[in-house]
Design a protein around this ligand. Structure first.
Ligand SMILES: *Cc1c(COP(=O)(O)O)cnc(C)c1O
Length: 370
């Protein structure tokens, strides 16, 4: 039997029989969506688990990002990072907003706060940073700039489920934070997402916006969208939440083994966790530097030949795509750190069911080039 193909991630799936009682409940109540009992339970459970005030569940994070911008009435220009999944910038274009890209910090690969101020114009209304790989942005520096220039801050926190720092949940920073529960993320509901918001009034506005702008049977107050999460997805979220602690523990172990075994490999840099307090180990990015015998793409191919499918998150940069590349801020000369990272990064497989022998096989492929 040939060994199984190893992907960068694999969803943690609870035993199928554990999901049956949830399905039975949906079948018996016949409530399928529109803020049903599982939707309510999951919102409450996530508020408690994540230590946040309010959560609005969504069908996916992209619609949540689009809605978050609407809820904050963002327009004009928004400062963001090119080093992310393309949905970050797409959410701006869907709102007719012009993205303004600034470079990232070499240590975290998150937006570099020192570069934000010079990108602000009279049209700037907000900053949209990303907690890339779940590593916290410099939230204090970003907020300081936002306060001075009266800008909103909306975090794309798609990678940051459960991440905390000394001051608590990373999701409690800025005006809103958006989570993704896509199948490839640490906590998944097949498809899904959420907006984390600080107060009940904004939650109400977001809840209206995700339900067509409807506030009552006869009243529609905004041109809303359908962003609702269904009962099946919410029920699966409730079940997933039971296993999240074990899943994170397993991810933490894998993260530690990679770090230990790759520490001595010249030219391979593992991105540091800024806070070991509560990372979520959602990704394991390595940077393949010039001292390593192979370029990143050659290592990528070599791994693929061995049945190991690492991913080049985030290559190409968002600014390489045709709808962005002609923007002045997308010029390569504006983004040297992001370009270097995009050319060196490789996200290695990390997920709870990755076996010790599979992990060793991956590490051996990286090490045998030296
Ligand atoms: C996954 C992801 C999204 C989009 O999430 P969906 O739930 O798939 O819409 C947005 N931003 C980042 C950074 C992501 O990784």
């Amino acid at each position: 039997m040939s060994p199984k193909t190893i992907y960068v991630t694999e969803a943690a799936m609870p035993p199928l029989e554990d999901f049956i009682p949830y399905l039975q409940q949906i079948w018996s109540t016949k409530i399928l969506t529109n803020g049903g009992p599982f939707h309510q339970q999951l919102e409450a459970a996530l508020c408690a688990h994540l230590n946040v005030n309010h959560i609005c569940l969504f069908a996916n994070a992209t619609i949540a990002l689009v809605t978050a911008l609407q809820a904050m009435r963002i327009s004009g220009e928004v400062i963001t990072t090119p080093y992310s999944f393309v949905a970050t910038a797409h959410s701006l274009l869907w709102n007719g907003i012009k993205p303004v890209f600034v470079d990232i910090s070499p240590d975290t690969l998150n937006i570099n706060p020192d570069k934000i101020e010079s990108a602000i114009t009279p049209q700037t209304t907000a900053i949209m940073p990303v907690h890339c790989y779940g590593h916290p942005c410099d939230v204090d520096a970003i907020q300081k700039i936002a306060d001075i220039y009266n800008l909103k801050v909306i975090y794309d926190a798609a990678h940051a489920f459960g991440v905390t720092t000394e001051t608590g949940s990373i999701l409690n920073h800025g005006d809103l934070s958006v989570l993704s529960f896509h199948a490839t993320k640490v906590f998944n509901t097949f498809e899904g997402g959420a907006i984390v918001c600080p107060d009940a009034k904004i939650k109400q506005r977001i809840d209206n916006l995700k339900n067509f702008g409807i506030v009552s049977q006869v009243k529609v107050v905004a041109p809303g969208i359908n962003g609702k999460m269904s009962e099946i997805n919410a029920a699966f979220g409730m079940l997933q939440l039971k296993g999240i602690k074990n899943a994170l523990q397993r991810r933490r172990e894998i993260d530690a083994i990679y770090r230990e075994q790759l520490a001595q490999v010249r030219g391979i840099r593992c991105l540091e966790h800024s806070s070991e307090k509560e990372a979520n180990y959602s990704y394991f990015p390595i940077l393949v530097g010039s001292e390593y015998p192979l370029r990143r793409d050659a290592l990528f191919e070599k791994l693929a030949d061995a049945g190991i499918h690492a991913r080049r998150y985030f290559y190409p940069l968002i600014t390489e795509f045709p709808m962005y590349r002609s923007l002045p801020s997308a010029a390569p000369s504006n983004l040297p750190v992001a370009i270097k990272a995009a050319n060196e990064v490789l996200c290695m497989p990390i997920y709870p069911d990755l076996s010790r022998s599979e992990l060793q096989k991956i590490i051996n492929v990286i090490r045998e080039s030296i």
